[in-house]
Design a protein around this ligand. Structure first.
Ligand code: ATP
Length: 319
């Protein structure tokens, strides 16, 4: 092969965090079919990784890494153009002058359909990886705009840390809360569909004659507790409007919350639309002990902490 024809492949590897919603207020069903939310997002130390490798052949391909900690036989992840990472690469290719073909290898660690934004983290990681791979030179702000087109949780995985999300959850303001809180995530071996959880909430509200209000902001006590890393105060103000709908669809979640609280969790809540449950612990030692106790019940329990930074490049290699 001539030197001119030789293709130098390059791999950019990016990691991006999953999230828990420390608070999630959900408004009524809007005429456009969406719900406004007011939420406090916390990026936690459970990361997805995307390795984007340039390919001589055009197009986007996806595979799942054997390094994934999820049991890949159990989960339903599309590897075609409906994968959020594929959509992210396609958007980046559209705006990049020097786009090539790309292969995305995804290391899955965030539970699928678990309410922790795993697919969104893959999309955020892919945006950043392709930006570097193709020298697109987009600013974080420009990437955040593209992220919002992909889904409401994608901009937060780029940003990381702690943030208040309004609108559809994509109007983000960093909350500058740096103190760490410690959690145990109890991962279910099934998923819940986010749209179905919202539909169930609307149905339960309708049946109960509850008129939900448009959320306008978040409880300042939540932000104060996060700023101080004060787990006891935070435990008193955790709230998730979707929780009762998730429990309606998966009643076992009530047991998981009960087991967590009876084994020393300060408080527990369903994360986002569930079915992952986030249990708040006093500190890292308590979180490790709680996770061990829950594992004895046969539960998959992972100690994590947050806030952690958003999507970032961990290596950039010429092959
Ligand atoms: P969110 O809280 O953002 O709604 P989630 O964390 O509950 O999301 P995901 O794991 O992001 O759920 O995925 C939900 C569904 O999206 C999956 O069932 C899967 O079919 C589809 N999907 C598309 N792209 C991906 C991806 N990269 N990883 C996992 N699932 C994906």
């Amino acid at each position: 092969m001539s030197a001119a024809g030789r293709f130098a492949a390059r791999t950019v590897r990016v990691k991006a965090p999953g999230k828990v919603n420390v608070s999630l207020a959900v408004g009524p069903l809007r005429a456009d079919g969406y719900h406004s939310v007011a939420s406090v997002y916390l990026a936690v130390s459970l990361y997805e990784e995307v390795a984007a490798t340039s390919t001589a052949a055009p197009g986007i391909t996806i595979s799942l890494s054997p390094e994934s900690t999820l049991d890949l036989d159990d989960v339903d992840i599309p590897l075609d153009s409906s994968n959020l990472a594929y959509k992210a690469a396609a958007i980046m290719a559209d705006v990049s002058e020097h786009a090539t073909g790309v292969h995305l290898e995804i290391t899955k660690r965030v539970p699928v359909a678990g309410g922790m934004g795993g697919g969104s983290a893959d999309a955020a990681a892919t945006l950043l990886a392709c930006d570097a791979l193709w020298n697109s030179g987009l600013s974080r702000e420009e990437l955040a705009h593209l992220a919002a087109e992909l889904g409401a949780d994608v901009p937060f995985s780029l940003l990381g840390g702690t943030a208040v999300g309004l609108g559809l959850g994509d109007e983000l303001s960093p909350a500058l809360a740096k103190a760490q809180t410690h959690w145990v995530l109890v991962v279910a071996n099934y998923g819940l569909s986010t749209p179905e959880v919202y539909r169930t909430l609307d149905r339960l509200r309708g049946a109960g004659g509850i008129d939900a209000e448009e959320p306008t902001g978040v409880d300042p006590q939540i932000l104060a507790a996060l700023r101080g890393g004060d787990a006891e105060s935070l435990g008193r103000v955790l709230v998730n409007d979707l929780q009762r709908a998730s429990i309606e669809l998966a009643p076992a979640l009530r047991d998981t919350l009960g087991i967590g609280e009876s084994h020393g969790a300060i408080a527990g809540m369903v994360s986002g639309s569930g079915p992952t449950v986030a249990l708040l612990a006093e500190d890292s030692v308590a979180a490790a002990a709680l996770a061990e106790d829950l594992q004895r019940y046969g539960l998959t329990a992972l100690p994590v902490h947050g806030p952690v930074p958003g999507a970032r490049i961990i290596s950039d290699t010429l092959l």
